[in-house]
Design a protein around this ligand. Structure first.
Ligand code: FES
Ligand code: FE2
Length: 378
C-alpha cells in the first residue's frame, strides 16, 4: 500500500473506470511538482533500469548512474560481482563519481577529501583520521543499493515491495530469444524532451498517432497491426507486424545486420514494443534492440537516452554502420517528441480536462490504469 498521490480524486476515479469509459490521468499528474515528488518516492524508488551491464563488464570497473536528483554507483569487483551503492560519500556527501562517469580502479576514492572505499563498500582510508580516537572506519561503509543484471541490462532498487522476479514476471520468455546479454550497444542518443515522462510512455503505448505523424514508419509497418499482451508484472506492450518486403524498421525496410539466430517465425516478422515501468522502453526488432531510458527532470521535462544494440558479430564487423536503424528511429523519435511536447503545452492550458481513449488505445489504458492504481494507493 502506498500513500495516495496528491491528485484530483474525481479525475482519478474517472481514470480507473473500465476501458471504454475511462479517461486519461488527472491533469495535475503531468503538471504538478508534488505529483512528481510522490512518483519519485513511490514509483522510481522501486526497480528502475540504469543502463547496460556491458558498460562495466570488467573487474574493477565502476559507473555512476543518475536517477533524477541523485545517483547510484555500480561497481564490478574482482569476483565479477556487481554491487550498488548510493553515490554519496559518507564524509560530507560529495558524489563519488560524477553522474554518467566510468572509472577503473582498485578502490573508490572520493574526489573531495580523498576518503577511499573498497569496491565492496568498506571505508579503508580517511586522510588525517589516524589521531582521531573516536573514529572507526567500520562505522562508515557506503550505503548499499540492490542491483540486478538481467538480459544484459542493469537495474537498481532502493526499496521496492516486490522482488525483481515479480517486477518482470512473464517477461523472460518474451526476451529469451533476443539474447540480450550477448548484444553490444553501438550508438546512444540523448534527448531532453519538454514533456512529462508519462506523456512519453503513453505515446509509446499506441500507434493510433502513427498515420498522422509517422509516414516513414507506416511504410514499413502497418500502424493498425498492434496486438497487446495482457499485462502481468510491472510491464505492458505488444508486437506490430513488419510489411512483407521489410526486413526490419528502417527507412526502406532493409537491414545491414542479421536476423538474430534464435528468433521464432513470428519474432522474425514483428517488432515487440515493451514498457517496463517506470523508466524503460524496449523495442525488440529481428536484428537489433532499441532501448529508451527515461529520467524525469521536472514535471514538464524528461531526459531520454536511446540506445541501439546489435548481436556481437554484427557490432564488431569491420565497417558496420548502424545508420539504417539509428536514422530511422532518430527521425521517428523526433516526431514523437514534438507531439509529446505539444501535448504537454496543450494540457497546460486553462480548463483542460482529461479526455477519453480511442478503441485502439488499449495499451494506453493498461499504463493509465497501472499508474492510477498506484496513485490510489494500491
Ligand atoms: S566528501 Fe568525500 S571525502 Fe569529504
Ligand atoms: Fe510514435
Amino acid at each position: 500500500m502506498f500513500k495516495p498521490a496528491p491528485v484530483d480524486q474525481n479525475q482519478l476515479a474517472d481514470a480507473l473506470k473500465p476501458f471504454g469509459q475511462s479517461r486519461m490521468l488527472p491533469v495535475g499528474a503531468y503538471l504538478d511538482e508534488a505529483v512528481l515528488a510522490w512518483e519519485r518516492e513511490h514509483l522510481f524508488a522501486g526497480w528502475v533500469a540504469l543502463g547496460r551491464s556491458e558498460e562495466i563488464g570488467k573487474p574493477r570497473q565502476m559507473k555512476a548512474f543518475g536517477l533524477g536528483s541523485s545517483g547510484v554507483l555500480v561497481t564490478r569487483g574482482d569476483d565479477l560481482e556487481l554491487r550498488g551503492f548510493e553515490n554519496a560519500c559518507r564524509h560530507r556527501g560529495h558524489e563519488l563519481l560524477a553522474c554518467d562517469a566510468t572509472a577503473e580502479a582498485r578502490a573508490i576514492v572520493c574526489p573531495y577529501h580523498a576518503w577511499a572505499y573498497r569496491l565492496t563498500g568498506e571505508l579503508i582510508g580517511a586522510p588525517g583520521h589516524k589521531e582521531a580516537e573516536s573514529f572507526d572506519p567500520a562505522d562508515y561503509p557506503l550505503h548499499p543499493v540492490d542491483v540486478r543484471e538481467w538480459h544484459g541490462w542493469l537495474f537498481a532498487d532502493r526499496g521496492s515491495s516486490k522482488t525483481f522476479e515479480e517486477h518482470v514476471q512473464g517477461l523472460d520468455a518474451i526476451l529469451a530469444n533476443y539474447e540480450g546479454q550477448e548484444l553490444v550497444t553501438v550508438e546512444t542518443h540523448e534527448y531532453d524532451v519538454a514533456a512529462n515522462w508519462k506523456v512519453v510512455v503513453e505515446n509509446y503505448q499506441e500507434c493510433y498517432h502513427c498515420s498522422s505523424i509517422h509516414p516513414e514508419l507506416c511504410v514499413v509497418s502497418p500502424p493498425e497491426s498492434g496486438d497487446n499482451i495482457d499485462p502481468q508484472g510491472d510491464w505492458m506492450g505488444g508486437d506490430m507486424d513488419l510489411r512483407d518486403f521489410a526486413a526490419t524498421m528502417s527507412l526502406d525496410g532493409h537491414s545491414d545486420g542479421i536476423v538474430m539466430a534464435k528468433l521464432d517465425e513470428r519474432e522474425q516478422r514483428t517488432v515487440m514494443y515493451l514498457a517496463l515501468l517506470p523508466n524503460m522502453l524496449l523495442s525488440l526488432h529481428p536484428d537489433y534492440v532499441m532501448t529508451h531510458l527515461l529520467t524525469p527532470l521536472a514535471p514538464g521535462k524528461t531526459r531520454i537516452r536511446c540506445s541501439w544494440a546489435f548481436p556481437r558479430q554484427v557490432a564488431e564487423r569491420a565497417g558496420f554502420d548502424p545508420a539504417y536503424a539509428v536514422d530511422f528511429w532518430d527521425l521517428t523519435n523526433r516526431q514523437d517528441w514534438a507531439a509529446c511536447e505539444s501535448v504537454q503545452r496543450g494540457m497546460s492550458t486553462p480548463g483542460y480536462v482529461p479526455g477519453p481513449m480511442a478503441p485502439a488505445e488499449d495499451g494506453v489504458y493498461d499504463f493509465v490504469r497501472y499508474v492510477a492504481r498506484a496513485y490510489a494507493g494500491e
